[in-house]
Structures are given as structure tokens and as C-alpha cells.
Design a protein around this ligand. Structure first.
Ligand code: 3HC
Ligand code: NAI
Length: 696
């Protein structure tokens, strides 16, 4: 075996040159990988090899361009196009041998080979769209030529990883191989020998036009409409579509030019910068500096959930979805049946939409056991409490759980704002207590905000992160404070939204500013959706807030068709309600608030700058481990548009100096604790530092 570069080597197996890439962890196409493959292909030619096999060592085939090289300076080396050029134009067959995932630039390299063979467990995708890009190495022109336009549209705008069986039936790979890596290597060499012996043609994907000729342009219009809602605000899906349109209407080399131009535009724009930043932010959030990587974690063979309400049912589903048995305990049979009934309905809805197989409904329900006896938690490895948000109740329950749970079991609370240390203090083993803050609907929302108590031990901390990953959540570990990271910042936004209502802004105006910014909805639509009467009691209501006034007049939100908006009973479409606007004006004037025009710009600043300020305070207090964790919380838990990176990244992009000046101005004008400038924010603004990159 001869080394070509630090990550690529070449071997000769009876006339077949085997080029092996070994660039852990995911064989990304770093400069030395590109140069190594380039050199290897040239060497194979110089040595008179009969064929070439390109394979990767480690856990996967090439998972794409090295994202950490984007925007940085790297040594001069062969470009991806150079590599593909020598590969495609080689005088002997080149075979890509694929295990793990062939993604992005990795799949694009494989598409320049003459043939592709892959393990049955391998997966294929062009996920560039997820980092705000499009495949920039011919993938947009080659993929549709192999799998056809409709499939390429779906694959490239979703970034989905296609399984090997699908890839084989679509013609993306030429042979699927059962077995392990060694089998793959042997089979790829055998394929190469066969190609030589049988004189198989040197297939160039670029020359195959049968699947891109005569495509009905209506396909593109229909597809745009289909994904419009899901991709609102994102540039990359549309640019990917334009490239496929080019593949279907222009010669290959012209299509490549369109791809290059649109790729350059995305790569230099703010959206992809935010999405690339976010890619690494999400991975960084898994790392907790004072917890060693090899800290033992608890394997969950059985989970327990206390409370089968809005949250408990969804939390239980997360475990059942990955095959872990769950015991769910309620106060009485009626509440239990109601809760389990909702869980079943949720599964049935998923099955009717085709997102889970029909038989999965019963299989998953069979994993969930209902009970009204907490003693059934005795053999659970983790119990998550999701009862009413009431400190005394939670303390009573944790004292009971302390008596019931086995030694070494995690006792977690799903509280959305309460002091986890105080909850833990009700037990004799606070080191086994932690917060696991799921978001509603808990079976759908990606975020899991784990809340580390002062005494939570390392195993509990490491285990909640591992369990979160196991059940498909994106996790961030935060510290104890009122509302933790997400709800604490949300409260700042909510307070200013209420104030601006009093000054003359309407619910629809405030909501639309956030919607245009990229949030799925604003605070008033959100309140209507959740129900205006959550936590409201008629007998205690004193018309002291606008929300109380609304509830007193029978407005409950979407559920009764009347909230801040009125809702069409058929379509559920929301319309601003002049009566509500009048009620708000009357309420405000009665309290001496002068009415005025509030501009959209002021609304945006007053909603988002206090959140940025609070985020900085959270960092100052060490509640978040790093600035980027705050962004992970907001993107996954509250619908902050990913193409703006999250509140910390966004603030850096706006300019911390600008934000500091504005906050000082609002503090002078409006006052209030949330406008008191964070000293950290001021210091970072002065020193040219970054909130997203800040690590206390
Ligand atoms: N570049 C640089 N680093 C990468 C990387 C990439 N393309 N892909 C993954 N990594 C790093 C991660 O940051 C992580 O580093 P860490 O351990 O220091 O945190 C490590 O590799 C392992 O990654 P994951 O934790 O994500 O590992 P998983 O096993 O869960 O997932 C994966 C593996 C499916 C390959 C996933 O990492 C992934 O989806 N990677 C990105 C793939 C991608 O987007 N490729 C397209 C790149 S753009 C491109 O190719 C442009 C081209 O068209 C020109
Ligand atoms: P919920 O009112 O829908 O459900 C609570 C359930 O707990 C009820 O079914 C009730 O019967 C049951 N319960 C009460 N006392 C019990 C006891 N002693 N033993 C067994 N069951 C008992 O409340 P929800 O919304 O599910 O909230 C639960 C917890 O989750 C709260 O702490 C809340 O703050 C938190 N949370 C709520 C979110 C939401 O959006 N609803 C989001 C994130 C967290």
C-alpha cells in the first residue's frame, strides 16, 4: 500500500488499483482527500492498471465536502471538478465502492465514476439544501439523469438519505452487496475485473439524457406549490429546483454553468452561512465540557411517565417509537383512558398519513402500559414526571418517587420553568434528579432542553443527552433558572408584545412582523392555538390583563373559533377581528396609554432585542454552555428560522454595536429590567466579540 497524501493511499490487487480514503470521522473531501484521489487516478493510469476501485476506510464513504473548509484558506490542491474530470475520462473502468453514506460531494464523486456498487446498508443523498446550498460539483445535473426529474426534485429539496434498495431500483447504484466492508471491497474488485473481461462501456452519467429529455415543465410548477409552505423563506430549495430545470432544458455543460452561478450565490449569501453555522452548533451542543466522553450512561430498558396529559402522552410515545416499553401512571382510570386514547389517535393519524405502517399502531400501543399505581415504576430505568406545573405537587411526587424508584434510576421532571434544585431537594438522592424539558407536541418537537441541577451526577447528565439522541431529539444542556433558556427569553418577547398592544399595535401587525421574519407564527396566533384560558380561572379573573378581558368575554382561542382572531369554522383561517382591536384600544385608553402608530421596524426590535439581551445574561450566568446552544434551543423549540441561525448568530450578523445602541435607547425610553443592558453584550460589542461563539 502506498501513501498518496495524509488521507489517501493506493494498492494494487492483481491489476486493479484500489484507492482508499481514510479521513476520519466521515471522510469529508478535505483538500488532501481531493489531491490524493486525483494523484491516485493519475498513478493508476501511469501504472497501467486495468481498472480502479475507489473505497473509503472507517465508518462511511465520503460524506461530502469538508464544511469546515468553506470560507477558510486551505493549501492549493486539486479541485473537486479536477478529480471528477480524471475519473470520468479515465481510459479504464472506475468503480465507486460505497458503505455508510455517500452524501453531497461524496455522492457527486461517485456519480463521476463509471459504475457504483454499494452495501445493502448504504445510503445516498444530496443534503446540501440543509446547509443552504445546492450540490456544486455537477450533482444537480447528474442525479436527474440517473433517477429522473421527479425523484431528483424530492431528493434534493429534502436532502433525504435514500436507502440502497431504492438506489438500486432507481439506477443510482449498479449492484447492491450484502455483507460487510471486506465483502464490499472484494465485490468491487470482482465487478472491476468483470467490467474489463466483458468489455463493459465506460458509462458517463453526463451523457445519459433519456430521463431529462421531454420533461413536462408543469412538473416544476406543481412541485414548487407542493413544498411552498414547508420551505417558506429558504432560498436553497428554489435554487435546487432551478438547477434541475436547467438539467431538463439545457445541454450538460450549460447546466453546469447554471449550477456554478447559483451555487456561488448561495455560498456567499447570509442564509447558507447561518445554516452551516447551525450544522456545527447542533453538534457542539452534544458536548458538555466537564463530562468525559466515556462517562458511563444508563441503558433504558423500561421508562416511566407520570401524567398522561398534553405532555405525558407525547413523552411516552417517544420511547415507544424506538421500541422501549413505557409505563404511564395517572391519577385515575378516567384520566388514564383519556390520555391513552389521545396517544392511540395520534398513532392512527400517522398511520393514515402513511408516516408509520398500519401495524405499528398496535405494536407501539402494546409497548405502553397504563397504570394508576406509581409502584409500577419500581423497575424503570428512568421516570419522567409530567403533572401540573405546581411546585408543592411536584415535591410531594418526587418524595414518593424517591421511595419507589430503584437505585440508579433517573428521576426527571418535565417542568417548563420551576426550580429543579428545589424539586430534587424533596428526595434523598438529588444527584439522580434532573430536568428534561420537552416541547409541545412532545412526540413531534425536536428540542429537548435538559436541565442540570446543582447536584445532578455525571451519569445522569450524560444519560439524558444520550437518551435524547436515542429518541430522536436535538438536545441542549442548560442550567437552572426561571424558564431555563427558551421560556426565559420567550417571556421577554411576550412582555414587549403586550406593551406594544397597549401603545396601538394590533395583534395581526405584531404577528405578521414575526411571520415575515420567518417564524411559523407570532405570539397572538400562538396564544390562540394553545388556548387563551390556559391557567385562567373565571372566579379569580379581575379584568386586569387583556387576556383576562378576552377570556371573560368568552374568547378561548382557536378551540371556540374566537380569540385574538376569529376563525372560519370550516377552514380554520384566521381573520383579524375589529371587535378585539376595539377592546384592546378601550382597555389601553382606560389605563391612560396614548395610542400611536407603531412601525414594523420598532416591533421587530422590541420583540427580538430584549431576547438577545436576555441571551447574553443567560451566558453571563453560565446557564447556557455556549452561545450557539441558545440558537439550538430557539431553532428547534420555538421555530426561529434556521436560515437566520438563531438569536445569537442573528445578533452577531446585525452587529452587536448597533443592538447595544438600540437597547440603550429603549431602556431610556421605556425602562424595565429586560432593557437593562447585559454587561457581557456591551463588552462583546466593544471588543468586536461574538455572542454565538461565546463560551463562558
Ligand atoms: N464536513 C466537515 N465535518 C463534518 C462533515 C462535513 N461534511 N460531516 C460531518 N462532519 C463532522 C461533524 O461535525 C462531527 O464532528 P464532531 O465529532 O467534531 O462533532 C463528525 O463529523 C461526526 O458527525 P455527526 O455527529 O453528524 O455523525 P453522524 O454519524 O450522526 O452523521 C453524517 C454522519 C450523516 C455524515 C452527518 O455528519 C452529515 O449529515 N454530514 C453532513 C453531510 C453533508 O451535508 N454533506 C454535504 C456537504 S456540502 C457539499 O458536499 C458541497 C458539494 O456539493 C460541493
Ligand atoms: P396537563 O394538565 O395536560 O396534564 C397533567 C396531567 O397530570 C393530567 O392528566 C393530570 O391528571 C395528571 N396528574 C396530576 N397529578 C397527578 C398525580 N399526582 N399523579 C399522576 N398524574 C397526575 O399538563 P401538561 O400541559 O401536560 O403539563 C405537564 C407538565 O409539563 C407541566 O409541568 C408543564 O409545565 C410542563 N410542560 C408543558 C408544556 C405544554 O406546552 N403544555 C410544554 C413543556 C412542559
Amino acid at each position: 500500500m502506498a501513501e498518496l497524501t495524509q488521507s489517501v493511499s493506493i494498492d494494487n490487487e492483481s491489476g486493479v488499483a484500489v484507492i482508499t480514503v481514510d479521513n476520519p470521522p466521515v471522510n469529508a473531501l478535505s483538500w488532501h482527500v481531493r489531491q490524493g484521489i486525483f494523484d491516485g487516478l493519475n498513478q493508476a493510469s501511469a501504472d497501467g492498471a486495468q481498472a480502479v476501485v475507489l473505497i473509503c476506510a472507517g465508518r462511511t464513504f465520503i460524506a461530502g465536502a469538508d464544511i469546515s473548509e468553506f470560507g477558510g484558506s486551505v493549501p492549493e490542491s486539486a479541485s473537486l471538478a479536477d478529480v471528477q474530470g480524471v475519473m470520468e475520462n479515465a481510459a479504464v473502468p472506475v468503480i465507486a465502492a460505497i458503505h455508510g453514506t455517500a452524501l453531497g460531494g461524496g455522492l457527486e464523486v461517485a456519480l463521476a465514476a463509471h459504475y457504483r456498487v454499494g452495501l445493502a446498508s448504504s445510503k445516498y443523498g444530496l443534503p446540501e439544501v440543509n446547509i443552504g446550498l445546492l450540490p456544486g460539483a455537477g450533482g444537480t445535473q447528474r442525479l436527474p439523469r440517473l433517477i429522473g426529474v421527479p425523484k431528483a426534485l424530492e431528493a434534493m429539496t429534502s436532502g433525504r438519505h435514500m436507502p440502497a434498495a431504492e438506489a438500486a431500483s432507481d439506477g443510482l447504484i449498479d449492484e447492491m452487496i450484502d455483507g460487510d466492508w471486506a465483502t464490499l471491497r472484494t465485490a468491487a474488485i470482482a465487478f472491476a475485473e468483470r467490467a474489463v473481461a466483458d468489455g463493459l462501456p465506460l458509462m458517463k452519467v453526463r451523457d445519459r439524457n433519456d430521463k431529462v429529455d421531454g420533461v413536462d415543465p408543469q412538473i416544476f410548477a406543481d412541485f414548487r406549490e407542493k413544498i411552498a409552505r414547508k420551505t417558506r423563506g429558504f432560498l436553497a430549495p428554489e435554487y435546487n429546483i432551478r438547477c434541475i430545470e436547467a438539467a431538463a432544458s439545457l445541454p450538460f455543460h450549460e447546466g453546469l454553468k447554471v449550477e456554478a452561478e447559483l451555487f456561488r450565490e448561495l455560498m456567499t449569501g447570509p442564509q447558507s452561512a447561518a445554516q452551516r453555522y447551525y450544522f456545527f452548533a447542533e453538534r457542539a451542543a452534544n458536548k458538555i465540557p466537564d463530562i468525559a466522553k466515556d462517562t458511563p450512561t444508563i441503558d433504558v430498558h423500561k421508562a416511566g411517565v407520570l401524567g398522561a396529559g398534553t405532555m405525558g402522552g407525547g413523552i411516552a410515545m417517544n420511547f415507544a417509537n424506538v421500541g422501549i416499553p413505557v409505563t404511564i401512571v395517572e391519577v385515575n382510570d378516567e384520566a388514564l383512558e383519556r390520555g391513552l386514547g389521545i396517544v392511540r389517535k395520534n398513532y392512527e393519524r400517522s398511520a393514515s398519513r402513511g408516516s408509520i405502517p398500519a401495524e405499528a399502531v398496535d405494536e407501539r400501543m402494546a409497548l405502553i402500559t397504563g397504570s394508576t399505581d406509581k409502584h409500577d415504576f419500581a423497575d424503570c430505568d428512568i421516570v419522567i414526571e409530567a403533572v401540573f406545573e405546581d411546585m408543592e405537587l411536584k415535591k410531594t411526587i418526587f418524595a414518593e418517587l424517591d421511595q419507589i424508584c430503584k437505585p440508579g434510576a433517573i428521576m426527571a421532571s418535565n417542568t417548563s420553568a420551576l426550580d429543579v434544585n428545589e424539586i430534587a431537594s424533596a428526595t434523598t438522592r438529588p444527584e439522580w434528579v434532573i430536568g428534561m424539558h420537552f416541547f409541545s407536541p412532545a412526540n413531534v418537537m425536536k428540542l429537548l432542553e435538559n436541565v442540570r441541577g446543582d447536584k445532578s451526577n455525571d451519569t445522569v447528565v450524560a444519560s439524558t443527552m444520550a437518551i435524547g439522541k436515542q429518541i430522536g431529539k436535538v438536545c441542549a444542556m442548560v442550567g437552572v433558572c426561571r424558564g431555563f433558556v427558551g421560556n426565559r427569553m420567550l417571556a421577554m418577547r411576550g412582555a414587549e408584545a403586550e406593551k406594544m398592544l397597549m401603545e396601538g399595535a394590533t395583534p395581526a401587525q405584531i404577528d405578521s412582523v414575526l411571520y415575515e421574519f420567518g417564524f411559523p407564527m407570532g405570539p397572538f396566533s400562538m396564544s390562540d392555538l394553545a388556548g387563551l384560558d390556559i391557567g385562567w380561572k373565571a372566579e379569580k379573573s379581575t379584568s386586569s390583563t387583556i387576556r383576562e378581558v378576552m377570556c371573560e368575554s368568552g374568547r378561548r382561542g382557536q378551540k371556540n373559533g374566537r380569540g385574538y382572531y376569529t376563525y372560519d369554522p370550516e377552514t380554520r383561517a384566521a381573520t383579524p377581528d375589529p371587535d378585539v382591536e376595539q377592546t384592546i384600544r378601550d382597555f389601553a385608553e382606560a389605563r391612560g396609554h396614548e395610542q400611536r402608530e407603531v412601525t414594523d421596524q420598532e416591533i421587530l426590535e422590541r420583540l427580538l432585542y430584549p431576547m438577545v439581551n436576555e441571551g447574553a445574561k443567560i451566558l453571563e450566568e453560565g446557564i447556557a454552555i455556549r452561545g450557539s446552544d441558545i440558537d439550538v434551543v430557539w431553532v428547534n423549540g420555538y421555530g426561529w428560522p434556521m436560515y437566520r441561525g438563531g438569536p445569537m448568530h442573528w445578533a452577531d450578523a446585525v452587529g452587536l454595536g448597533e443592538i447595544v445602541d438600540k437597547i440603550k435607547g429603549y431602556d431610556n425610553r421605556l425602562g424595565g429590567a429586560h432593557w437593562k443592558l447585559s454587561p457581557l453584550l456591551e463588552r462583546l460589542a466593544t471588543d468586536g466579540g461574538s455572542l454565538a461563539g461565546h463560551q463562558p
